[in-house]
Design a protein around this ligand. Sequence first.
Ligand SMILES: *Cc1c(COP(=O)(O)O)cnc(C)c1O
Length: 330
Amino acid sequence: MSHVGIDRIESARDRIAGLIRHTPVEASASLSRIAGHPVHLKFEHQQFTGSFKLRGATNAVGRLTDAERARGVTGASTGNHGRALAFAARRAGVRCVICMSALVPKNKVEAIAAEGAEIRIVGRSQDDAQEEVDRLVAEEGMVMVPPFDDARVIAGQGTLGLELLEDVPDIRVALVQLSGGGLIAGVAAALKARNPDIRVIGITMRRGAAMHASLAAGKPTFVEELPTLADSLGGGIGLRNRHTFDMVRDLVDEVVLLDEDEIADGVRHAYWQERQVVEGGGVVGISALLHGHVRPDGPTAAILTGASIDMHLHHRLISGENVDLMQEAG
Ligand SMILES: *Cc1c(COP(=O)(O)O)cnc(C)c1O
């Protein structure tokens, strides 16, 4: 429907300044050698709560009216967005209810509870949890903050693009994770407002690439979700998508799909070469460079988007084990 423009991203930056970390950018010697051009990594996995999702959540909470603040925020995300929303709400003194199904693993429930959210366990599926969110919105006037398809969230994620322009002023290529598209929509809007020639490449896993399938079909499309090392890139884009489908179609130059062993190599490279613990969904820019899926024609930036990886899984990966989560899921 409508694009989120640079003006909304700039006002998001002012709104969330001081509440999020301006994360560091570091040059990678080994990736620069492989790419033949300088490669910069943005250490966004060092953001508070462990991912960039805090940017969008903080902007959304910051835009609540006084009446909305009094009623609180809600959502059904059990991953990085849920954590970020809980953190942003608690810091603002706003009630936050995260709804989830009884099937969500205990460690995820505890991580979100630890950020101060009220947890409501309902039913046995994500749909059941979403129904409870819809009820809280309809009956109690709570404000739902969705993980990606929301102008406030996209504008918040776009502030990461403004930081990239500041820290890598000669950037030519941006390698950006692509799932629901909130991150890449905001970042592409910011970068292309400065210079439309900056190439923005979306990177995701082959297993369950919903936005990629939707672009190919010309409309939001359902794709089955499968176990993947890049779990924070899983999930659909919403059949009634309002913003991110159009923005990704119009602003993203190319989409790269990765196999599981390529994602595993990215986790290993991040650890052994860059000395960073990064989750599967966070390393895909590294993976794409390592495996020659993108050919930079100038200074390149990749974003390490998150740190939420099970440390036992991380240990197995960096020890060189071949891990196939599809097989392990049976
Ligand atoms: C949510 C998330 C993404 C994908 O962001 P979208 O806005 O859904 O495309 C990438 N990496 C991490 C770590 C995430 O939590």
